[in-house]
Each structure stands twice: as C-alpha cells, then as structure tokens.
Design a protein around this ligand. Structure first.
Ligand SMILES: NC(=O)C1=CN([C@@H]2O[C@H](COP(=O)(O)OP(=O)(O)OC[C@H]3O[C@@H](n4cnc5c(N)ncnc54)[C@H](OP(=O)(O)O)[C@@H]3O)[C@@H](O)[C@H]2O)C=CC1
Ligand SMILES: O=CCCC(=O)O
Length: 289
C-alpha cells in the first residue's frame, strides 16, 4: 500500500517510520525539507509539495502542529486541495478543533475526495512503538481502508461517527490530561515545600487509586527538571485553548481547565513552549512563590 505522509515532527516521523518498517511505500513531505532525510535513509520517497504527494498517492496522512498548519497544508498554494480528486483519501491525524476538521472535510469532498480525521492519544514512545490510540471520525469507508495503516501505528482504533467527533474526543482527553498535569505539579511542589520527599510521594501515588502511567513516567523527570520534549508544551496549551472553546460552545463552565490553561500560558511566556508539557511544573513553582 502506498501512502503519503505530511508533517515529520516528533509524532509524524515516528508514525511514518513505523509504516516503512511494516512494508508500506511512503512518500513524505515536511515544511522543513531536511527532516525528510532520515525517512529517506529508511526507504521513503520525498514529494516536493503537499500537492505532489497527493498526486502520487491514493491515501495521504497528515500530522501537523495546529489548526493553522492543518489549514495551510490543504488550502495554500501547492497544497493538498490542488491534487485531491475522486478516489483519493486524506486522513488528518493532527489535533485540531472540529471546525477546522469540518472545513477541511468539506473542501476535500467538494473535489470528489474522501476525508477522515484521526487524532491520536499517546505520545512519542507509543508512536515509536506503534501503540497509539486512534480516534477516527468521518467517512466510514475510508476508515476501513485505513485500518491496515492504523494497525501499524496504533494498538486500538475507534470510529466515532461524523467528522468533528474525533477532534472533540481528543480535546476532551487532553483537557483532562492538562488538568491532571497541573494538579500533579502542585502536589509535587506542596510535598517539597512541606518537607516531604517527592520521590516518596511518587511511590505512594503509584500504589493507590490515582496511580497512572503519566505520573509514573513524568514524575521522576520532573523532579530532575528534565523536560526533553515528547509532547511540546505549546501543543498542550493549544489543546487547552481549543477544549475551552468547545466548553464555550456548550455553555459548560470549566474552572479547573481554565486555571490549568493559565498555567500553560504562563509557562509559554517563560519561554518553555518547546519543552515537554510537564515543564508547566516550573510555572507552577513560580506561581506559588
Ligand atoms: N507530541 C505528542 O506527544 C503528541 C502530539 N499530538 C498532536 O500531533 C500534532 C503534531 O505534534 P508533534 O509531532 O508533537 O509536533 P511537532 O511540533 O514536533 O511537529 C509539528 C509539525 O507540523 C509542521 N508545521 C508546523 N506549522 C506548519 C505550517 N504552517 N505549514 C506546514 N507544516 C507546519 C512542522 O513542520 P516543521 O518541521 O517545518 O516545523 C512539523 O512537521 C499536533 O497537533 C499535536 O498536538 C498528538 C498526540 C501526541
Ligand atoms: O496530545 C498528546 C497526548 C500525549 C499523550 O496521550 O500522552
């Protein structure tokens, strides 16, 4: 199966690499073209523009940073829309809002193409290990055609109905995750300030009802102030912003999410946006002084 892949950041690179390892023919494109080199060493071809990739491939996957990037790759000059036509499928796995996804879907379908949104749960390591959770919505027939690729990139794929539902599910999940990261950061700092060993706090948490993989993975690195990016903080803040907008649309008061978003914004203003989202711990420490 020949697939195109647009966007070779932390996630896209790992996902495209998995496709190559499992025998897919992959044609890649990235805005910064040099990021294609490693994939080429593993057998990928390069398309010079998103349009060139879509022209060559029946199916094209995108994994881009945010709504602006997702829209630009489709609608700008040399973009996806120029070559989409009947029989082509476009699968956007970026985390965006439902409105963005619907806009892209309508444009692709207006040219006779097919569209699926398929954002993912799971970060750099699950992407490398093919263990993502895929939250797809849109055209069911395209979902079924994409299953072989999803099975390589992920451990479970959900089909959630009409386009927009995948984006919404992803934003709900990441809103919860962002709130948890803030509560966890406050807890770690509270333990330290009150004379407790934060490592002991991690042991206690891990044995109780709120044990979870995120605390287990991020706790030790946060205590060591190691924020090598797996999930960049700027993307977590984007997701909080988009989730709060979804709350607005549904007249839902979300004070915990709003406070967490403020902490992520503070972290961005401190220049921590390109670090891992757990670097919000640094902002939490400052805010509590
Ligand atoms: N990292 C994670 O743990 C997870 C991330 N996600 C989501 O997946 C998406 C990608 O995340 P991640 O790989 O971490 O992000 P990165 O920041 O590592 O990569 C972003 C990608 O988007 C491209 N890009 C940004 N702006 C534009 C633009 N205007 N036009 C074209 N390309 C653009 C970048 O190109 P360039 O290289 O040129 O900058 C790069 O390929 C995001 O939506 C994120 O929220 C979802 C689950 C987990
Ligand atoms: O969007 C990023 C999600 C990161 C994760 O699920 O661990």
């Amino acid at each position: 199966m020949e697939v195109g892949f647009l966007g070779l950041g932390i996630m896209g690179k790992a996902m495209a690499m998995n496709l190559l390892k499992h025998g897919f023919k992959v044609t890649v494109w990235n805005r910064t073209l040099s990021k294609c080199d490693e994939l080429v060493e593993h057998g990928a071809s390069v398309g010079e523009t998103p349009a060139a990739v879509v022209k060559k491939c029946k199916y094209t996957i995108a994994m881009l940073s945010d709504p602006a990037a997702a829209l630009s790759v489709v609608f700008d000059k040399d973009g996806v829309l120029e070559e989409v036509c009947a029989g082509k499928g476009y699968v956007d796995m970026s985390t965006v809002d439902a409105e963005t996804s619907i806009k892209i879907s309508e444009a692709i379908q207006s040219k006779g193409g097919h569209f699926l949104e398929a954002p993912v749960s799971g970060s750099k390591k699950p992407a490398e290990d093919g263990q993502l959770v895929i939250l797809a919505a849109g055209e069911k027939a395209l979902f079924e055609q994409a299953v072989p690729a999803f099975n390589v990139m992920g451990k479970k794929s959900f089909f959630l109905g009409p386009v927009g539902n995948g984006a919404k599910m992803k934003l709900v999940v990441n809103m919860i995750m962002g709130c948890m990261m803030n509560a966890f950061s406050e807890g770690l700092e509270l333990a330290s300030r009150s004379g407790l060993d934060p490592h002991t706090l991690l042991d206690v948490l891990d044995l109780g009802a709120i044990a979870n993989p995120m605390f287990k993975l991020k706790g030790p690195t946060m205590i060591n102030s190691n924020y090598a990016p797996a999930f960049p903080l700027k993307h977590q803040q984007k997701d909080m912003r988009l989730a709060l907008a979804l709350g607005d649309e549904n007249a839902l008061s979300m004070p915990i999410a709003a406070a967490s978003n403020e902490a992520f914004k503070k972290a961005r203003s401190l220049g921590l946006g390109d670090l891992d989202f757990s670097a919000v711990f640094e902002a939490v420490k400052l805010l509590k002084h």
